[in-house]
Design a binder for this molecule. Structure first.
Ligand SMILES: C[S@@+](CC[C@H](N)C(=O)[O-])C[C@H]1O[C@@H](n2cnc3c(N)ncnc32)[C@H](O)[C@@H]1O
Length: 189
């Protein structure tokens, strides 16, 4: 969900029979289509969709990384968490990746995810994926973390992912996909 230029979707496609990337922004989707053609993959489709409006079916793994700072993305995250459980296979996993530059923003995301877990019978764990120092305030630490959510009764344990530093480039997409797969496969066992 929110596939953008499709880099993470195309990385994840190695591990699944079929992958669907959805995004609300048509220009990103045209880049995703171009990247798909360049990749030569046959198991990926991209669709224009506001969250799950046109993303039909039940999915084994739903990944969403809204990217906006925590405070700004809360309504979108809440809407995503409201819709995603209905689009999830009973044995499926939701990976919600959120970034936060402040403790209060982080707490707000945490509260939003917790509330959604209670209303939708989801359980989960949280993996910190990246930590970084803020350029404008080096004493402040920003984080990117992944909430790994499954249906209640199939509670995942921690995948044991440790904080690392990285940069935003193609390597980053591969890195995100690898970490997502590690959390997904660990919680399937
Ligand atoms: C951080 S970017 C994702 C980048 C992507 N993972 C990649 O590899 O290029 C977040 C994406 O979410 C999309 N988005 C935001 N709101 C959305 C919505 N309501 N429905 C679908 N996609 C949305 C944005 O257009 C943007 O492409």
């Amino acid at each position: 969900m929110g596939c953008g230029t499709g880099m993470v979707t195309l990385e994840l496609a190695d591990h699944f029979d079929e992958c669907l990337g959805a995004d609300i922004y048509p220009r990103s989707l045209s880049f995703a289509q171009a990247n798909l053609q360049l990749s030569g993959r046959k198991n990926v489709a991209f669709v224009h969709s506001d969250l799950f409006a046109n993303a039909e079916g039940k999915h084994d793994l739903i990944v969403f990384y809204p990217w906006a700072p925590a405070e700004d993305s809360l309504p979108l995250v809440a809407r995503f968490l409201d819709q995603a459980p209905d689009a999830l296979d009973p044995e499926g996993t939701i990976v919600l990746i959120t970034g936060s530059d402040s403790h209060s923003g982080d707490q707000m995301v945490f509260d939003t995810v917790t509330k959604a877990c209670v209303s939708h019978d989801l359980r989960g764990s949280r993996e910190f994926m990246v930590s970084y120092r803020m350029a404008q305030n080096p004493r402040s630490i920003g984080t990117i973390s992944a909430f790994v959510l499954r249906r209640d009764g199939r509670s995942p344990s921690h995948a044991g992912l440790s904080p690392v530093r990285t940069v935003m480039n193609k390597g980053y997409a591969a890195f995100l996909a690898r970490r997502t797969m590690a959390a997904f496969l660990h919680n399937k066992r």
